[in-house]
Design a protein around this ligand. Structure first.
Ligand SMILES: Cc1cc2nc3c(=O)[nH]c(=O)nc-3n(C[C@H](O)[C@H](O)[C@H](O)COP(=O)(O)OP(=O)(O)OC[C@H]3O[C@@H](n4cnc5c(N)ncnc54)[C@H](O)[C@@H]3O)c2cc1C
Length: 390
């Protein structure tokens, strides 16, 4: 529970490094709670993963340790009109995860009690029921798992809308302003050196730097990749849920204007690690991917392809919570292929931690100390063979 501003005895100064959905939502919830907030973004707000992702707002088939935060975020997504003055094009037609083999079907079955224990309405659909309800699906699908209430939003809108709302609540937001150094101050707190900007002092610093770790703590072996996305010309409305294969080969949704938006394969990351671009070899494989899932749309013209950069942690979960080594420093990065959905929940949890010293959401799966100096281990073993984004 975040206190009303008047209850705070001391107005904490918080600097946030990174203006994706995580940094921008933290800025809003902290400013609403009465903190003095300054956010530094190296490029433009929402110009990296948060603004170019698939748009999936999905609790379905997440790792068990991720579900408390995902549930919290789920409620915030439905409060966007009240918080931001805009629903960010949120639609909730449900999410359908599809198996092409009996082994993959067993993976979906194994997740069912996990989802139900977390309060989700999720059920298995056999081949015949799928064919009856979704006659446009490809014939090689063996079955699926359907989760009501999941859906998608427009990623281009969300982080900028959080940043605008944060500004309205008094936050200061600097764009094109990379933070080059972060130094602890002798008497407590932190000093930041943003490029082209005077030094800035803060009681608390949030590292919301996405795929680009920063700060004094050790960084585990992360895998950085650039999922490739596509959009087609509009096709007739199929009134479909968000679709994804268990293998992760393709994930797909239809926009309210009829375009198919889908992902599959990975693009190429530039040597500086900050930019990425589509791979033409992946592009040439897309008709076959569409044929596999939606044969009737395999000929739809692709009008654009793009990529974005994300970091995958060894156990598929982000680094989120207080630094194990430095007071006043908070990790909130490495959100892998599923941080868009949890993003608003992360912002609210960080505000709660900084303003009250505790949070009602179980963050144990994300402990920034969990890798330590020891060999990498999974705090919450993943459900086998389930691709994380789809
Ligand atoms: C193509 C693609 C598809 C995806 N699809 C989905 C999906 O459907 N559903 C889902 O839930 N998730 C999805 N994801 C994952 C999701 O987009 C990310 O997990 C989420 O956006 C992470 O948000 P973030 O704010 O942590 O990171 P980012 O959006 O990457 O923001 C981090 C920001 O920090 C800034 N920064 C870094 N270093 C500094 C510095 N030193 N100084 C100042 N600023 C700095 C960067 O410029 C960047 O803007 C997808 C990701 C990609 C790339």
């Amino acid at each position: 529970m975040i206190p009303a501003p008047a209850i705070l005895r001391h107005r904490p100064r918080v600097c946030i490094i990174g203006g994706g959905i995580v940094g921008a939502s933290a800025a809003l919830f902290l400013a609403m709670g009465g903190a003095e907030v300054t956010l530094f973004e190296r490029d433009r707000i929402g110009s990296h993963a948060s603004g170019v992702n698939f748009g999936g707002v999905r609790r379905h088939a997440r790792l068990a340790g991720d579900l408390p935060l995902s549930a919290r975020a789920h409620h915030i997504w439905h409060r966007l009109p009240e918080l931001l003055g805009h629903d960010c094009d949120l639609e909730t037609p449900g999410h359908l995860k599809l198996a092409e083999t009996e082994d993959q079907m067993a993976v979906l079955e194994a997740w069912l009690p996990i989802g139900r224990n977390a309060g989700m309405d999720v059920r298995l659909l056999g081949r015949a029921e799928l064919a009856r309800r979704f006659p446009w699906l490809g014939g090689n699908v063996a079955g699926g798992s359907f989760c009501t209430g999941d859906g998608f939003a427009n990623p281009r809108l969300v982080a900028p809308a959080f940043a605008r709302a944060a500004r309205r609540h008094g936050a200061t937001i600097h764009e094109i302003c990379p933070v080059r150094a972060l130094t602890p101050r002798a008497g407590g707190g932190w000093r930041l050196d943003p490029e082209g900007h005077p030094q800035c002092e803060a009681d608390h610093v949030i590292l919301a730097t996405g795929a680009w770790p920063l700060g004094p703590d050790p960084v585990p072996a992360i895998r950085v990749q650039a999922p490739q996305m596509f959009v087609t010309e509009p096709v007739p409305m199929l009134h479909m849920p968000v679709l994804g294969l268990v293998s992760g080969a393709i994930y797909l949704r239809q926009s309210v204007r009829g375009n198919l938006i889908f992902g599959g394969g990975h693009g190429i990351i530039a040597p500086d690690g900050r930019r990425s671009r589509p791979d033409s070899a992946v592009f040439s494989r897309t008709p076959a991917l569409l044929q596999r899932l939606l044969p009737g749309c395999a000929g739809a013209a692709i009008i654009r392809s793009w990529t974005g950069i994300e970091a995958h942690m060894p156990d598929g979960l982000p680094m989120l919570g207080p630094s194990p080594s430095a007071a006043g420093l908070f990790h909130a990065w490495g959100f892998c292929g599923h941080g868009f959905q949890t993003g608003p929940g992360v912002g609210e949890v960080l505000a709660e931690l900084i303003l009250t010293g505790q949070t009602s959401t179980d963050l144990s799966a994300y402990d920034p100390a969990r890798f330590g100096a020891a060999p990498v281990r999974a705090a919450h073993p993943p459900v086998p063979a389930m691709e994380s984004r789809t």
